[in-house]
Design a protein around this ligand. Sequence first.
Ligand code: UD2
Length: 310
Amino acid sequence: MSSYLVTGGAGFIGSNLTELLLTDPDNTITIVDDLSMGLRTNIPDSSRITFYEHSITDHAFMSQLLMEGQFDYIVLLAAVASVADSVERPYATHQVNQEANLNIIETLRTQKIAFKKLFFASSAAVYGDSPELPKKENMAVKPLTQYAVDKFATERAVLNYGRLYDMPMVCTRFFNVYGPKQNPKSPYSGVLSIMMDALEADKPFTFFGDGEQTRDFIYVGDVVHAIRGLLETPSARDDVFNVANGKQTSLNQVAKELEKLTSKKLHATHKAPRLGDIRDSYAETAKLDQFDFMTHTPLAEGLAKYVASV
Ligand code: UD2
């Protein structure tokens, strides 16, 4: 029997992870989410879930929860999840993406709280727009936005706590995750969810730029298997892993594939590229691929599953 704390558990990746963890009948899951991006309806109906509608920026609340919760695994997914949003709200981003997480690991340290593994989700944004591709974990980083700065700083803090205070920690750098339960309602939502929503509702879709920018799109099912695998593998600690499909795909290519799958035509317009946007991105995935829990759903298959879910 394992008990999990998942911050951001009502969000896109967090709720998919919660569903996966529930498949083991012995697991219990505590979710902390302020529903700023996540949705209450994303949380499965189960007596093994305890949900707190709360912000992780309430340090006293989080410290108390950690002291009383006796969690085996702590999964830090709560975040201001958008680069563009962080450009609009740099300090609010910092409070969530760095300060709140630092409070969590500092509480674990000072209160000498025992746990089996802590996972922190960092981001491909830390690599910035350096032309070197694919992005490798040991490359120089170039965080270009507050989002990227906070993700990198927290990733380093988590790994340093692991090393300095012998705490079992692991981090990932997510590339562009897509799939069921991604919320398309914010202008900062993942591009695939916005595109899908536009196709479904026959609404216009705006490409920021020419649509030839590339991303490494990974299916959320692969991501949550990677998280669970990293938590459960004792040797995967004090380290950071890219989580990606290892393939470079342009927005125009994705649009074509989605048009085919939905038998609909995208009503596309174009605007200037977003401030702080990265042109091209894809990952070297060899480091995580050493583990047999890692799966790579091909894009066409993942998009088909996504289309079927909406
Ligand atoms: C993703 C992650 C972010 C961070 C970053 C690292 C998401 C939602 N965000 O940001 O958390 O990890 O990767 O590099 O996964 N676009 C349009 N039209 C739209 C929306 C977006 O053209 O309506 C473009 C956007 O300008 C960008 C691309 O699509 O060039 C992808 O945008 P995104 O917001 O899905 O993700 P990204 O890569 O900025």
